[in-house]
Design a protein around this ligand. Sequence first.
Ligand SMILES: [Ca+2]
Ligand SMILES: [Ca+2]
Length: 343
Amino acid sequence: MGSRKAFSTGVVPIEGTFHLGVQGTVSARHLPDLNASPFFSTAGRQYRYDYSTAKVKGWLKLHYVPTTWHQARMRCHAEGAVLASPLNASFLHAMTTMMSTNISTTKCGVLSGIHAIFYEGVYSSLEGIPLSRIPVRWAPDEPHYNEDNESCLLLLPNGDMAVINTSDVYPYICYKKKTKNVLTGCGTYDSNYHLEPRIGSCYKFHNTCLTWHKAYMTCAGEGGHLAIINSAIEAEALKELYAKYPSNTINCRYKDSAMIGFLDWTQDSVWLTIHGETLQKAGYSSWSNGAPDNATRGNLGQQCGAILRTGLLNDVWCAAVPFAFICEKSPDSLLFDNDLDYI
Ligand SMILES: [Ca+2]
Ligand SMILES: [Ca+2]
């Protein structure tokens, strides 16, 4: 829960309350009653603890840690959202209000989703709305081009916009459009997470392959983490999950290893979970025969952890080749602090 707190500081206060479908009887550590579906209210007034309601038919989240435009786009996407743009007066007001209440962070501006990365000068929002349809108010002397790669727009605290380079780093705001989707028993709108009753965690198998670090970010964005195996039963559960994804459903070169949350952190052959425990301490350390073998590809060895279809552990390349991966999420990971107190 430590990381949860870290990202919740300074978020604009949330309106309304978050209702649990199973009133008063649910502990954060107890399994949701799947028969009492949906586990969470379908009122849909809130998205997750780190997003706040705004008068833009959805929710907003300010990311405080500055990053590049491409990273910001990926982070919002991993959260089921989109890098926000001031598409109209309502968005402009909601975004500048969020900035003004966090002005020490946003005094230099926030990245917007308006970009021209596909063709110089052809700007649109990430939703595909052309710049000519967006009521942009340029800052003095803007749009002004000094060098190459100036292809995205920065929103300044006063609502003006300026052209910046895609490698410039700024805070940013993600936008989640309100939908009729239902929060599941896994405490997420993402219907690909499924509760494993034997464990009490939810899991999502990603058959679109990524490098280990992008997989790590993706799971974090979804409110979880790369799966950590804490028992032989959990290994068996992941093996059964893997069996639902035969080779022809996995869109990458190697189809029998799925990355999970452990690695040779300091490249000294000491394998630890992403939470810093040895595999033995975490509860499962059954390597496949011959693994870890640190197979080389070019000059890259294997420092990242995976589970094989057999349920045994394997070492794989962190970045040389993308792999499928499995995220694990606690059902309460995206709930509001108030709701955690309540339950
Ligand atoms: Ca686990
Ligand atoms: Ca290996």
